[in-house]
Design a protein. Structure first.
Length: 153
């Protein structure tokens, strides 16, 4: 049942411009799947779906696989999704556009940076736990290099 639902989700996001979990939940219901929002959220995470920029809005799409080189779309998504970054001890607090935190946290996790222990994402905020306090400046600089000067505040 789960695989059938996942196949349906992948078909839906490839044929429709789905911007929110609620839209995906309604679309799944229209396909005969009665699931909760928490199931949809878990499916999005497990399928590694991300929000991609499309025609001035952000819609669900497929992320690149772990360990692959980031594509220009990944970098563009990263650049357009981040609002600000600040450091507190060994935690980077990354503010994102609404609904982008989970996808951007997955992108950060995919970089497999030795200084990053892991991320926790909400709707518009990511806590990026660093191995130690001194890693913050170096990792922030890496973000700035990815995003071009001036994108981060």
């Amino acid at each position: 049942m789960k695989q059938k639902r996942w196949d349906t989700i992948l078909n839906l996001i490839s044929s429709q411009q789905i911007e929110t979990q609620e839209e995906l939940l309604r679309a799944l219901s229209g396909e005969g799947f009665e699931v909760t929002q928490s199931t949809v959220s878990r499916d999005i995470r497990e399928l590694r779906l991300v929000k991609l920029p499309l025609n001035g809005k952000f819609v669900y799409g497929m992320s690149s696989s772990r360990g692959e080189k980031k594509t220009p779309v990944d970098i563009k998504m990263f650049a357009e999704g981040i609002v600000s970054v600040d450091i507190s001890a060994n935690i980077l607090v990354i503010k994102t556009r609404a609904g982008m935190a989970m996808a951007l946290a997955a992108t950060i996790d995919d970089t497999e940076n030795a200084g990053v222990l892991g991320t926790i994402a909400g709707d518009d905020t990511i806590f990026c736990v660093l191995r130690n306090k001194t890693d913050g400046t170096e990792i922030l600089q890496k973000f700035r290099e990815m995003l071009k000067e001036g994108v981060l505040k």
